[in-house]
Ligand binder design. Structure first.
Ligand SMILES: C[S@@+](CC[C@H](N)C(=O)[O-])C[C@H]1O[C@@H](n2cnc3c(N)ncnc32)[C@H](O)[C@@H]1O
Length: 267
């Protein structure tokens, strides 16, 4: 019998109206329920991990996040009864995430590893976290890296937002894929959340670069979907709509309104 990858009862598939199956995700407002807040600049909306976990994990499964930030993934994992492991480079950010996750009620266990996700230290930390949860592997790997240098998270060398070129950023993201994908169970999924950037009057398609790099660095992955998500809630662009419109009309370009959720499956 084929192993189930989620808790959905497909004999009652019509009742899952809140689960999205289209490749265009239009999200009007951030979910602010539970311990979710919008205080970390660069966080993603909880709806992203929520949708992915319900489709690609079961209760008790492990979700691994290689760029934890404020802990959105772990908060959502806990409330959905999934175990969550998050890796974050910056100790003060990891501490805040820990408090955020503690503030959330739920059954799922959580572990936070403070390390650079490209390193042996991160690898060892994730292995220890899995062991402490009595688990062998993760069913979902979420990667929401900095969008290169759009937001500088710190001045640390290991911080991907400090990569000096797009090539270096892409290669180091690939190092994270190579370091963390071995924890993924066969049939497990990877979701990369990334937006493009604009630099020197040129559109830089970070999403396309990371898509190719992910497939290159783990050849056992198969691309399952390229999801386009709107960026309506982007704080940086709020209140500046008219100025951006003027700049776009003058500069002959289009304003970023989307980012990607790239979905892969380990064969
Ligand atoms: C886009 S944010 C992730 C936000 C997260 N999804 C949330 O909802 O809060 C990227 C995070 O990756 C961290 N980071 C940057 N380079 C890293 C690395 N090499 N290893 C681990 N974390 C890193 C940054 O400190 C930042 O918190």
């Amino acid at each position: 019998m084929k192993k189930r990858i989620n808790d959905l009862d497909l004999s009652k598939w019509k009742k899952y109206e809140d689960l999205w199956t289209d490749s265009l995700w239009m999200i009007d407002a951030r979910d602010r329920s539970g311990a979710h807040t919008n205080t970390y600049h660069g966080n993603f909306v909880p709806q992203i991990p929520h949708q992915l976990m319900r489709r690609f994990t079961k209760r008790g499964d492990v979700v691994l996040d290689g760029f934890l930030g404020s802990g959105t993934t772990l908060i959502e994992a806990k409330r959905l009864g999934r175990c969550g492991i998050g890796v974050e480079l910056l100790p003060q950010v990891a501490n805040r995430a820990k408090k955020n996750v503690q503030a959330q009620e739920g059954a799922g266990k959580s572990e936070i590893v403070v390390a650079d996700s490209t390193t042996k230290k991160a690898h060892a930390g994730v292995a220890t976290a899995l062991k402490s949860m009595r688990k062998k592997s993760a069913q979902l790997l979420l990667l929401h890296p900095p969008y290169h240098d759009i937001i500088k998270f710190s001045s640390k060398r290991g911080d991907l937002s400090n990569a000096t070129t797009v090539e270096e950023f892409t290669r180091r993201f690939g190092d994270v894929v190579a370091n963390l994908c071995p924890f993924l169970a066969k049939g497990g999924h990877v979701a990369v959340v990334i937006g493009d950037k604009y630099s020197n009057s040129e559109w830089v398609p970070l999403g396309f670069y990371l898509l190719q790099e992910t497939l290159k660095r783990d050849p056992s992955l198969r691309l399952k979907s390229v999801i386009i998500k709107n960026m309506a809630g982007n704080r940086a662009k709020q209140n500046q709509g008219r100025l951006w419109r003027y700049r776009a009309l003058k500069g002959g370009y289009y304003i970023f309104k989307h980012e990607y959720v790239l979905l892969f499956k380990k064969s």
